[in-house]
Every structure is written in C-alpha cells, then in structure tokens.
Design a protein around this ligand. Structure first.
Ligand SMILES: [Fe+2]
Ligand SMILES: [Fe+2]
Length: 309
C-alpha cells in the first residue's frame, strides 16, 4: 500500500484492514494462554554462571572491531553484561513512554470494547516487563543506564503531544529492534539462564504488542489526513535518530575500563555493527515502507539514523 491519493486506492487499502475488535479479541485470548509472572517464573536467586555471557557477543556493539580483538575475553564478557543492562534500562524507558501513549490512545474510546481491553492488558504486560528488567539490572550488579537529559525531555514532549499514528510508529521502533535481538538471545546456550528466561518471556508477550501496533498503524495511515501522514514520517525519523544514538549508553565503555571516545569511534566505523542494526530494523522498515511512513524527508532521516540502508 502506498500513500493514499484517491478513492480507489483508499478502497484497496481498506480491504487490507482487519476488523479492530476481531484483532483485539484474538490478542486477548492469546494473553490468557501465554502470560507470565517473571517473579515466580524465573530463578532470581541462582548465582550467574561464570562462563556464560549476559548478551550474545555478536550483538555487543564493539564485536569484531580492532578494539574488540585486543580485549581479553573477561573484558568482552564484562562489556556484554553492561550492554545488557544498558538495553534493559532503555527498554524500561520505552515501556514507560509506551504506557502513556496507550493510555492517551484509549482515553476517548468505548471502555468495554475489546480494543480498549487489550490496550489495558498490554499496559499490564509492560508493568511486569519494566519490573523484570529492573530486577535483571539489580541482579547483574551493574548501574542503571539512563538516556541523556535531552533525549529524556524530547520523549517527554513526544509522549504528551504525539498524534496517534506517530505514537504507534514510535512504539514499533521501540519494540521491534530489541525484539529481534531478544529472539537471538533466548535460544542461545552461551547466554546466562536468567537472561535467556527474561528474553523468552519478553519475546512471547511482545509478539502480541507488535501485532496490535502494526494493525493500528496500518489502519490509521489509511484514514489520517495527508499532513498527518507526512508528519509521522518526520517524527518517526527523528525517533529513529534518537533511538540509534541512545541504543547503547557510551558510559558502558568507561565502566569496563575502555576509552570512551575510541570505543564510540570504533562502533561508528564498524561494518558488522551497521549490519546488525540494519538487519534488526529490516522487518520494521519494510513494514513502515509498506504503510507509507518512509517517504520524503522522513525517509532521509531514517537513512541518516543508520537503521535504513
Ligand atoms: Fe515489554
Ligand atoms: Fe511491548
């Protein structure tokens, strides 16, 4: 589907849309069957295995750079532990933003509809996730890695005023790339059992969130006025730039005894890292392209974020 320009295209696009209530009812059924309480589901007291990674090495930002090759294995594993904590911190930030966006989304809707009931269910999932990520950070013995004050405040504005399609485009950005990494993490036997458990729970519950946000964004891109569709491209392009910059907090490098400027420069120059980020974003950028978000200035901003080839 491309940007809607006339009645015929609009009718075609509407043919692709699934019934909002039907989608929500199916997601509610799946939530009853596959929801987890991380506090009882996972063994939080087991000591970490000394020979296991907190994050798959190929997904660590410095992997395969000259600096990485010079680092002893112990320092690489330490960096993986700090990057896992940085991603968990980022995850909590996204989820707190998302919860507010969802509350704003349903504020004017019929409260007994399945669509609203599912949004409330998703908020419930995210409260458990954020607590689970925080507990993982505490258990890992690492600091919490907050985003910069500027990004923190930019998101404050975004989550307060963003239009609904913009909210769902940002939601997907927050969910899909981390989800791609987590799908590689939970089956990986080199990884700490606790991290595998956390990522498995998150992947199962997140699949529903992605479905809900995608269906809603597709629906809204068909009905939104042209100015709003163009705005979504630009705001999501800006979110992609913030996302790429804040993805791994550079403080992790100093915390494991590396030179921050050198590490950041090597990550920027890393072909492996670029490929990881673009592959991780591919499922999302293909979808955004399909629903008409990646046009004009917005597309250029996505490119400059490094997430779109
Ligand atoms: Fe989540
Ligand atoms: Fe989610």
């Amino acid at each position: 589907m491309t940007v809607v320009t006339d009645g015929a295209v609009l009718r075609d696009a509407l043919g692709l849309l699934k019934d909002r209530e039907e989608v929500a009812e199916r997601l509610l059924e799946a939530s009853v069957k596959h929801s987890f309480d991380p506090d009882t589901e996972l063994d939080w007291d087991a000591p970490p295995a000394p020979d296991k990674w907190f994050w798959p090495p190929e997904l660590v930002s410095l992997y395969d750079t000259p600096l990485w090759r010079r680092m002893p294995e112990e320092q690489r594993m330490d960096l993986a532990r700090h990057e896992a904590a940085s991603l968990a911190s980022l995850g909590i930030w996204f989820e707190i933003i998302l919860m507010q966006l969802l509350v704003r989304h349903i504020y004017d809707m019929p409260v007994t509809s399945a669509h609203v009931q599912y949004a409330l269910t998703e908020i419930g999932d995210e409260t458990r996730h954020s607590k689970m990520f925080a507990r993982l950070i505490r258990t890992s013995g690492t600091p919490t890695y907050a985003v910069t004050r500027l990004h923190h405040n930019m998101a404050r504005v975004m989550k307060t005023i963003s239009t609904t399609p913009g909210s769902f485009a940002s939601t997907l950005l927050g969910e899909e790339i981390l989800d791609w990494m987590q799908r590689l993490t939970f089956p990986d036997e080199r990884v700490q059992p606790l991290v595998r458990g956390v990522t498995r729970i998150h992947v199962v519950e997140e699949a529903r969130h992605v479905r809900y946000a995608r269906e809603e964004l597709r629906r809204q891109m068909v009905t939104a006025p042209a100015w709003q569709r163009r705005l979504v491209g630009v705001t999501s392009g800006q979110s992609a730039q913030v996302f790429a910059l804040s993805f791994v907090n550079p403080k992790v490098y100093t915390d494991v005894g590396l030179d921050r400027a050198e590490a950041v420069a090597q990550v920027r120059a890393s072909g492996h890292r670029r490929e990881v980020m673009q592959t991780g974003a591919k499922r999302l950028t293909d979808f955004l392209d399909d629903v008409g978000v990646l046009r004009g200035a917005g597309r250029r901003m996505w490119r400059s974020s490094g997430l779109l080839a």
